[in-house]
Design a protein. Sequence first.
Length: 116
Amino acid sequence: QVQLVESGGGLVQAGGSLRLSCAAYGQTFTINTMGWFRQAPGKEREFVASINWNAGSTSYRDSVKGRVTISRDSAKTTVFLQMNSLEPEDTAVYYCNAKLGPYEYWGQGTQVTVGS
């Protein structure tokens, strides 16, 4: 089992940057993939980015490619989402996600608001 705690959300003007963090606690050695999803008001939750926990390979949503970077720390307990050139369309609650075999865990979410 894994617990996920996010931080780093906030209010930023268009063109600005934010860095989200997600600390994993528990059986982190069993994590296969960690990622970020987001949910805007009235919309479904959508994939943003993911990273293979062992290989470090990454995947991104097309609309964020070139603006967003997902990474993990060397201890493999924290995942980061560096977001640059933020747009109002990026406004959403961002959720950290961890996959361990057939199981999936979610963080509580952190609000990102981008002003125009």
